[in-house]
Design a protein around this ligand. Sequence first.
Ligand SMILES: Cc1cc2nc3c(=O)[nH]c(=O)nc-3n(C[C@H](O)[C@H](O)[C@H](O)COP(=O)(O)O)c2cc1C
Ligand SMILES: Nc1ncnc2c1ncn2[C@@H]1O[C@H](COP(=O)(O)OP(=O)(O)O)[C@@H](O)[C@H]1O
Length: 320
Amino acid sequence: MEIIEVTSTPPIDSDSLVLVIGKFDGLHKGHQVILETAREFMAEKDKLAVLSFSEHPQWVLRQDPNFEKKLTPEDDKLRILKEFGVDRYYLVKFTKEYAKISAKEFILDHISKLNVKRIVVGEGFHFGKGSESSTEELKSLCAQIDVSVTVVPLIMENGSEVSSSTIRSLVADGEMEAIQARLGRPYTVTGTVIHGKKLGRELGFPTINLGGTDSYVFPKPGVYMGTVEIHDGNFGQTNWNVLISAGYRPTVNGTGYLIEAYLLDFSGDLYGATVTVSFLKYLRGEIKFSGLEPLIAQMTNDKIEAQRLFQEMSLLHNSR
Ligand SMILES: Cc1cc2nc3c(=O)[nH]c(=O)nc-3n(C[C@H](O)[C@H](O)[C@H](O)COP(=O)(O)O)c2cc1C
Ligand SMILES: Nc1ncnc2c1ncn2[C@@H]1O[C@H](COP(=O)(O)OP(=O)(O)O)[C@@H](O)[C@H]1O
């Protein structure tokens, strides 16, 4: 996938493009349908291009903290777009300056520099200065430069529209099954294994502590069952069932939000490895225990419960 960083006008290019425009945080099922629709319009010589933004406009313009963190930070977004077969990615560095570009200028001066055959966007797409222009205006401006427009209807799940905002709140509520239904995959956080207080081992529950996770929307503090994928190192097996502790570790006076995972049936050294943690199910909230003994007892119960649930899941999976 070719990545072209754009601060204002994209560089002139003659490749025939089917272009998808949007913020695409989460790359949820609605976004996936937009990409699939775009693909249906492609002839053999066409390239599938995506134009998206480095930062959420609501964060850049209004410092709205709800939009600072992401479901899919840039690296995740790139990986997923690549998996979807996107040929070219226009990464727009969204700034206060960029936000001043009018809808007319965006289409007639910017998009016109490219050989775009069709633009595909989702219903409710707004663009241009103040996000004032709708899909109707997009169609009428695109008609002037002979570009077709397709507007993809919103995808529904359990009676409501699938949207990045809904998924963000579901992450904050720990509703992992509802998130998976909307993403078409579990919610994941990728980070690097860093050193902690070295207490886990003593308690009989060593945990990989994840660093570099600050740009993610954090799941509700608590204990989850999930899986971990180890991206590097030679551990034979790359995917492990895990118990995740996410939050503030009140029993040991933890500082700051931390995601850590205890790998069931694993022993070895994972410091420095890049790992992806998938959150499957919220089990319970964080508890401030009076000491380490009751914490160990609870972690032992958590392990028994998780092992039972994993077994149930695999029986269900194998009987399908
Ligand atoms: C399954 C599991 C459940 C946990 N539950 C709690 C909890 O309820 N309260 C808490 O303060 N810490 C909880 N923790 C976090 C532990 O306090 C933490 O893993 C331990 O202090 C080890 O820290 P270290 O990785 O820095 O050595 C839990 C950890 C695991 C693996
Ligand atoms: N089953 C396991 N689950 C998680 N980490 C494990 C496991 N077995 C060994 N480890 C290793 O032990 C380290 C965690 O031990 P711990 O005492 O909790 O130290 P720290 O406080 O540095 O996280 C992990 O980073 C990993 O390298």
